[in-house]
Design a protein around this ligand. Structure first.
Ligand SMILES: C[S@@+](CC[C@H](N)C(=O)[O-])C[C@H]1O[C@@H](n2cnc3c(N)ncnc32)[C@H](O)[C@@H]1O
Length: 394
């Protein structure tokens, strides 16, 4: 039974991470907007040595390649993805720096030099060996270099964890891969269609999010990343952007810099704003936010246990009751939250409890069908813990 991203992709000969990009211009504008909020304006890439690990389709790397870095190294071990990356670069008309494709895992990769920019999106999660790989990546950075990784926010993860529980409840995880893909697309394609800016196909999305066994472990939070690499790196930016900094720049020296502590505080103060990608509201109780985050992590474990029991053909009564009890508890914690969030989660709970298990009921328009969290949060970090010393002679 596959456990990791790579084993899962390998087992089914897939790389379910294509962007349905429309035109290249739009794709590049999206990437430019993302990097800009992470402090990576295009000039930062020009002439830089860039590394991207876990490249997937290669479509994101093409934007970086078009900014004319001095070198671009792409590390990707999945044979399907490698084939697609080769095709992409063979066929593109965009002027670019030719990348060097390293067909191996990050575990096996040891570069000959450091990099100014290190990118790794939508792969590394919270399990110990992936945290170790995160530290390995950080070790590749040159002084003043910038690393970009993706994190997950447990509150933003909740709506899709409910979808994952619905996937188990309505669609036996032991069904053949193609059949299950088809049924899950029936359930969730209408949900995905409510997001006008969505760039992944429903098939890719269900395979990577509802079927991928590694999905549960991608829940690596911003504080987790700072704990792993915060001794050598300072938080720089995020997308979505939620941290405002009213501190006077003149106080931001020596011990006063504390960018990681500041980022952690902003994260905890804003946890409520990740539940629904369409909402932003005020909720000043930070302790409540932290308690809800913990409950969402417990929910993650209950959904994983429920799915494991279903895969093992066990009796599901207890594990399913845990899922329901945990979600009911979370909804209780949100009693003062906006109606839109509560109604969405309650509709999800109702679908979970529905005995009929009709896929079309899940697919139908409801307050839950449009509820998606701000799940993935990009984080950039800079290796400026010891700020550069400049020669005053010039
Ligand atoms: C969810 S995909 C993300 C792809 C791309 N970064 C994106 O955001 O579209 C995860 C990627 O990690 C790659 N991957 C899995 N295990 C890896 C490993 N041990 N070393 C390097 N890459 C790996 C997979 O092959 C896949 O391309």
């Amino acid at each position: 039974m596959p456990k990791t991203h790579l084993e899962f992709y390998d087992a089914h000969g897939i790389s379910p991470v294509h962007y349905v990009v429309g035109d290249t211009q739009q794709h590049f504008e999206r990437r430019a907007s993302l990097y800009r909020s992470l402090g990576l304006i295009s000039l930062a890439c020009r002439g830089a040595r860039v590394l991207e690990v876990a490249v997937g389709s290669g479509q994101n790397s093409l934007y970086v390649a078009s900014l004319m870095p001095a070198s671009l190294t792409l590390v990707e071990p999945n044979p399907t993805a490698i084939r697609e990356i080769r095709e992409l670069y063979a066929n593109t008309k965009v002027a670019h720096t030719k990348p060097s494709l390293v067909e191996m895992t990050l575990q096996d990769y040891m570069p000959e030099h450091t990099f100014d920019i290190v990118l790794c999106e939508n792969w590394l999660g919270r399990v110990p060996h992936e945290r170790a790989l995160l530290r390995k990546l950080a070790g590749f950075l040159a002084p003043q270099g910038v690393m970009v990784v993706t994190t997950l926010t447990p509150t933003g993860f909740l709506p899709n964890l409910i979808r994952r529980a619905l996937s188990v409840r309505y669609c036996d995880p032991r069904l053949p891969f193609a059949d299950r893909t088809e049924q899950l697309v029936t359930m969730f394609a209408p949900h995905l269609a409510t997001m006008s800016a969505m760039t992944r196909s429903a098939t890719d999305w269900v395979q990577d999010n509802m079927m991928n066994p590694a999905y549960f472990d991608i829940c690596l939070t911003i504080p987790d990343v700072l704990q792993e690499v915060g001794n050598g790196l300072n938080a720089l930016g995020t997308n979505p952007s939620f941290s405002t900094d009213w501190r006077w720049f003149k106080a931001l020296c020596g011990e006063g810099r504390e960018f990681n502590r500041h980022m952690t505080g902003a994260y905890q103060a804003e946890l409520h704003n990740f539940f629904d990608y369409q909402l932003e509201f005020s909720q000043p109780d930070v302790e409540l936010n932290c308690a809800i985050e913990t409950s969402c992590l417990v929910f993650l474990d209950t959904v994983r246990d429920y799915e494991s029991a279903a895969l093992a053909g066990m009796d599901l009564t207890d594990s399913f009751s845990e899922v329901i009890a945990c979600l009911t508890n979370i909804i209780g914690q949100l009693k003062d939250f906006p109606e839109q969030v509560k109604a969405g989660l309650e509709a999800g709970l109702k679908l979970l409890s529905d005995e009929e298990r009709d896929l079309q009921k899940v697919a139908a328009d409801s307050p839950f069908s449009r509820l998606f969290g701000r799940e993935t949060v990009y984080l950039s970090l800079i290796a400026d813990v010891t700020p550069a010393r400049f020669d005053a002679r010039g």
